[in-house]
Write a protein that binds this ligand. Structure first.
Ligand SMILES: NC(=O)NCCC[C@H](N)C(=O)O
Length: 304
C-alpha cells in the first residue's frame, strides 16, 4: 500500500508520478489544441517533437534519481500526450483526488490506475460531474488550499478555464478544517501571454516562506494582494509577462532548499541561488511550448 502524504509544495519529496513523452502522437491540428501556446507553435510549425521532449523528461528523471525519489511513470498509451501528470489528479494530506479534467485529457488517468490501485480505496475520491478541477490549480500552503479558478460568466467558452467554482466548493466540503482560498485567473484562448492556464502558471510557493508570482495573472487585484499579505512583498519574486509566458512560475521543489528549474531562467535562477536555494537547472524549453513545465509534469505522492 502507498501511504500518501502531501501537506505542502516544498517538503522533501519521496515519491512522485512523472509524466511521459513516449508515444506522444503526431503534432495536433489547430482544432485539437487546448491551450493558446500549443496553438501558436502548431501554426508556426515549431511544435515540439517527441525525441526532444523525451530528452527533457529524461533529464528531469535523472534529478529525481540523484535525490533518491521513487518515480512512477504512466503506462504508455498510444498517440497520447501524457506529459502533464499534475492535472489528472492530486494528493492532499493522505487523500488522492481524481481530477474532473478536460474530456480531451480524460484517458490520461487510466494510465496511472496501477498507482491508484496501491492506495487505500477509502482514500480515493472522484468529484461529482458538475465539478471541474485540475491539479495545476490546486496548491497547499500551511493550513491553506489555494485554488485557481475562473469566475467569468463566459466560463463555458474558455477551454483554458479548468477549475470552476463548484471545484472550489468541493474542496471546502472535503477539507472543512483547511482555509480554501480561490484565485480568479486571467484566461485567453488565443494569447498565451494573457492566459494563466492554471494557478501554477502564475504563482508558486518555494522554500518555507517565498514564492514566484505574476501579478497580471490575477483578474482581481485583491487576490494578488492576498498573497502579498500572506508572504510579504519582499519574499515574492515578481516575474514579467514574458517570464510567465516562458513558465517561470512552474519550477518544481524537491525540498525546501532544492528547486528544479529551466536552465534559461537566468533572472529567476540567480534570485533563487541568492536566497540560498540549490537550483537543479535542466533544459525544458521544448515542453514549455505546450504551456506546461516542471510542476505540471509531476504528481507528488509522498513528501516529508
Ligand atoms: N498545470 C499545468 O499548467 N499544466 C499544463 C497543461 C498544458 C496542456 N497543454 C493543457 O492545456 O492541458
Amino acid at each position: 500500500m502507498l501511504k500518501l502524504n502531501v501537506k505542502d509544495e516544498t517538503s522533501r519529496l519521496r515519491a512522485v508520478v512523472l509524466g511521459t513523452a513516449e508515444n506522444n502522437g503526431p503534432t495536433p491540428t489547430a482544432e485539437e489544441a487546448y491551450d493558446p501556446k500549443s496553438l501558436e507553435h502548431i501554426l508556426a510549425g515549431t511544435y515540439p517533437i517527441e525525441p526532444d521532449m523525451i530528452k527533457e523528461m529524461d533529464a528531469f528523471a535523472r534529478v529525481f534519481e540523484k535525490y533518491d525519489v521513487k518515480v512512477y511513470r504512466p503506462e504508455v498509451l498510444e498517440n497520447c500526450n501524457q506529459i502533464f501528470s499534475r492535472d489528472i489528479a492530486f494528493v492532499i494530506d493522505d487523500v488522492f483526488v481524481k481530477s474532473n479534467i478536460l474530456p480531451d485529457r480524460e484517458k490520461e488517468l487510466d494510465a496511472i490506475q496501477y498507482v491508484i490501485d496501491q492506495v487505500e480505496p477509502s482514500k480515493v475520491v472522484k468529484p461529482p460531474e458538475d465539478v471541474h478541477i485540475e491539479g495545476g490549480d490546486v496548491m497547499l500552503w500551511g493550513n491553506h488550499i489555494f485554488v485557481g479558478t475562473y469566475k467569468g460568466s463566459d466560463y463555458p467558452d474558455h477551454i483554458t478555464a479548468r477549475t470552476n467554482i463548484q471545484g472550489v466548493e468541493f474542496l471546502k466540503q472535503l477539507f472543512p478544517d483547511k482555509i480554501v482560498k480561490e484565485f480568479d485567473l486571467v484566461k485567453s484562448k488565443t494569447e498565451a501571454r494573457d492566459n494563466a492556464l492554471h494557478l501554477d502558471c502564475c504563482f508558486q510557493p518555494v522554500g518555507e516562506d517565498k514564492g514566484i508570482i505574476y501579478e497580471g495573472g490575477f483578474r482581481n487585484p485583491e487576490d494578488y494582494k492576498y498573497l502579498v499579505n500572506l508572504f510579504g512583498k519582499e519574499n515574492l519574486f515578481h516575474i514579467t509577462r514574458d517570464e510567465m509566458y516562458n513558465m517561470n512560475s512552474n519550477v518544481f521543489s524537491i525540498d525546501t532548499n532544492v528547486v528544479v528549474s529551466e536552465h534559461n531562467f537566468i533572472r529567476l535562477n540567480t534570485w533563487l541561488r541568492e536566497q540560498g536555494f540549490i537550483v537543479e537547472d535542466i533544459p525544458y524549453a521544448e515542453i514549455a511550448k505546450q504551456e506546461g513545465l516542471l510542476r505540471c509534469s509531476t504528481l507528488p505522492l509522498i513528501r516529508g
